[in-house]
Design a protein. Structure first.
Ligand code: FCB
Length: 469
């Protein structure tokens, strides 16, 4: 095959998040976040794992940036730990924390790698949760102040500012099903959190526009691709309801100017949405240079008849409480295999469909895949290597799915593999490995898996269909 499938301008990167890799949880003035509290609470994470040490990236960042450079990546998506740069979440900033990210950004620029900084990848300062967390409006205002501090410090050295990572998880897993920090199970609070995250996004977006006018602005959403079990009207309505909760509760205010009326109606028994004030949706609608999309698997639903056994197989962890606020009559069905080690189904065609939907609904809106990847039970072979052919296959298929969407007109400008390194996978602790680089947690040694070698070749050639090592 000759020629490139992806143009030279297509951005290849990898992504990480602060709490998942940094460690150094109590160093240099960092304060506690909700994930410190949650992971240190017995029974919350697998094996009681915490991010105290993680991949020790706080001390090994230079070596990790060298790996990024050796992979030939054009961009690196990392997140800034709010409690490291502004412990307590209000007032004074911690210079040592700001200096860490300043060095990181300079280190990327020296290596010719674009810094893509996420302001919030789930590590809310514990003090702000103690004051009510995302269900209260004040948290959005605190986020605006935090954004001003980090944008003033790092400014346009950061190529792209991403306000939030997957606010769906922050709101619904954090406050409804409780499988993420802070582990609350209060449906009305989850919807208030949805709104205050949307507001926080808009407030922080305006800060970026004012303080770093040449930087690009984005947000990252984990948009769900939801399919019905049958062609019945009831199943179609189940899809509509889950689409409202999962996707349009964020796309509505951020890109469409308002919350969708059906979302408000569907959840009227949970809340009256009186926390939405005049003008909030306008703030949330700050124009985006790029919409970040995280995609791993798809969702299959049916209308629940009220008496047959429920599956509740939505892939977001076992909890007696549903993240799907106000949608108790929707059931989530197990999907046919193959699955990854997360139990998530592998469905690249759904990614093509999602990108085309966004292209149709928001024409002209540039898109980026800000996360995609897979956990598998990696084995270190006798030759010392990790022959992770299933991960290579997963990546190859999803990247081909993006090429398909591009051919059909979707303006997808980049791809970030999740993840650069094995890391702390939230409630699953260190039990799930997503890295293209293996981390030995005893020695902190980094080893390129076959997927890393494969990815480097792809980045070089722009061809997703080269054979694996
Ligand atoms: C996403 C998160 C990321 C990682 C992957 C597997 O939901 O943004 O931190 O945990 O899933």
């Amino acid at each position: 095959m000759t020629g490139r499938v992806f143009p030279e301008s297509f951005v290849w990167g990898s992504a990480t998040a602060a709490y998942q890799i940094e460690g150094a949880a109590r160093e240099d003035g960092r304060g506690p976040s909700i994930w410190d509290t949650y992971s240190h609470t017995p029974g919350r994470t697998r094996n009681g794992d915490t991010g105290d040490v993680a991949a020790d990236h706080y001390h090994r960042w230079q070596q990790d940036l060298d790996h990024i450079a050796e992979l030939g990546l054009g961009a690196y998506r990392f997140s800034i730990s709010w409690p490291r740069v502004q412990p307590g979440g209000a007032g004074r900033f911690n210079q040592a924390g700001l200096d860490f990210y300043s060095r990181l950004v300079d280190g990327l620029l020296e290596r010719g790698v674009r810094p893509v900084a996420t302001m919030y990848h789930w590590d809310l300062p514990q003090e702000l949760e103690d004051a009510g967390g995302w269900p209260v409006r004040e948290t959005a205002l605190r986020f605006e102040e935090y954004a001003a501090g980090i944008v003033a410090a790092l400014g346009d050295r950061v190529h792209t500012w991403t306000t939030l990572n997957e606010p769906w998880c922050s709101a619904y897993l954090g406050y409804a099903s409780g499988v993420h920090a802070p582990g609350r199970t209060e449906p009305a609070a989850a919807l208030a959190a949805v709104h205050h995250l949307n507001l926080a996004h808009g407030l922080a977006g305006r800060v970026v526009r004012e303080l770093a006018p040449t930087a690009e602005l984005s947000v990252t959403l984990n948009l769900h691709v939801i399919r019905p079990e049958s062609a019945s009207a009831a199943d179609a309505d189940a899809v509509r309801r889950i689409d409202a909760l999962a996707n349009r509760s964020f796309l509505g205010p951020m890109l469409g100017g308002a919350y969708p009326a059906d979302l408000l109606a569907d959840t009227a028994g949970v809340t009256d949405w009186s926390f939405v004030r005049d003008g909030d949706e306008k703030v949330a609608g700050v124009p985006l240079d790029v919409l970040g999309v995280n995609y791993y698997s798809s969702t299959l639903v049916r209308a629940w008849d009220g008496h047959s056994a429920r599956s509740d197989a939505d892939g977001h962890g076992a909890s007696a409480h549903s993240p799907w606020v106000g949608a108790d009559d929707v059931d989530f069905l197990p999907q046919p295999g193959p699955h990854t080690a997360m139990g998530w189904n592998i469905d690249p065609a759904a990614l093509t469909g999602l990108l085309l939907r966004l292209h149709q609904e928001y024409p002209g809106q540039p898109l980026m895949i800000t996360e995609n990847g897979a956990a598998f039970d990696d084995v270190v072979s006798a030759d010392g290597r990790v022959h992770d052919e299933r991960r290579v296959d997963y990546l190859r298929r999803h990247i081909a799915a993006i090429a398909d969407a591009r051919e059909q007109g979707a303006d997808v400008r980049g791809y970030f593999v999740w993840s650069l390194l094995d890391n702390f996978e939230w409630g699953y602790g260190y039990d799930r490995r997503f890295g293209i680089i293996r981390v030995d947690y005893d020695t902190q040694e980094r080893t390129w898996k076959d997927s890393a070698h494969w990815y480097r070749r792809l980045v070089e050639t722009g061809l997703p269909d080269q054979p694996a090592d």
